[in-house]
Design a protein around this ligand. Structure first.
Ligand SMILES: Nc1ncnc2c1ncn2[C@@H]1O[C@H](COP(=O)(O)OP(=O)(O)OP(=O)(O)O)[C@@H](O)[C@H]1O
Length: 237
């Protein structure tokens, strides 16, 4: 069996009195892309926040790169090598594209070659074309890519991408899919949350489907595509 870089077991989490996750189990193997799919409000973002320690799990365990990271502070989890790109874009609008990337630089751990700005421009060619532009003058999709690229400058081993294709123009969605596949080709593990089966199927090896805070399907992307019942019951078609 492939080695898991991230293992989420029986995670329960919620906001105040509201229970949102009810024992979520999922794994992310080294070098794979997995999609966490589900409709609006199903619990995708909450799962990512629980993994990142922004919403500490009430029960269950999160293991990353061989360590139990349950209850760790978010900055410590990020430093351990788990990158996170939330739905809202986190960039410095007064800084240029190149300056935003420099802000994200952190040394690489282990044997992997550190990301450089030039290597990132190969993965995000549209960012290369606008390297001197202030981020305020970029489209939402371009800002989303800059957020991902800046996260990669921190040299993570795995990244969580919360709805990377949401609200993007079709041509930008294609660039985003290519970027995710290039990240995988570089050996990164990616867990992305997604509502669109098209985007998820284009980039992912495996899929999880979540509904009302419980995982309803876990399997290969091909198995999900072939499962009419799961798709029509839990996904937006
Ligand atoms: N800060 C919060 N306080 C209270 N309830 C919340 C909060 N954030 C999310 N929820 C609730 O938790 C549930 C899961 O939300 P979550 O954001 O994880 O869904 P999602 O699958 O990521 O969907 P979306 O695509 O809408 O982000 C929803 O019922 C939502 O209303």
């Amino acid at each position: 069996m492939a080695e898991a870089v991230l293992e989420v077991s029986g995670v329960t989490a919620g906001y105040g009195p509201a229970e949102v996750l009810f024992g979520v189990d999922l794994t992310l193997e080294r070098g794979e892309v997995a999609a966490l799919m589900g409709r609006n409000g199903a619990g995708k973002s909450t799962t990512m926040k629980a993994i990142m320690g922004m919403l500490p799990p009430r029960a269950g365990q999160v293991r990353f790169a061989g360590q139990d990271i349950t209850g760790w502070a978010p900055y410590r989890i990020a430093r351990a090598g788990l990158g996170y790109v939330p739905e809202d874009r986190r960039i410095f609008t007064d800084l240029t594209v190149a300056e935003n990337l420099e802000v994200g630089r952190r040394p690489a751990q282990g044997a992997r070659a550190a990301w450089t700005v030039e290597r990132l421009y190969e993965i995000f060619p549209n960012l290369a074309e606008m390297r001197g532009r202030r981020a305020a003058a970029m489209s939402g999709g371009e800002q989303q890519m800059l957020t991902i690229a800046r996260t990669l400058m921190g040299n993570p081993e795995a990244v969580l991408l919360d709805e990377p294709s949401e609200g993007l123009a079709p041509v930008i969605v294609e660039l985003m899919a290519e970027a995710v596949l290039r990240m995988k080709a570089e050996g990164l593990a990616v867990l992305l949350s997604e509502q669109s089966l098209d985007f998820a199927a284009a980039v992912s090896d495996r899929a999880y489907v979540i509904e009302k805070g419980s995982i309803r399907f876990a399997g290969t992307m091909a198995a999900l595509e072939a499962d009419d019942h799961i798709r029509t019951t839990y996904l937006t078609v």
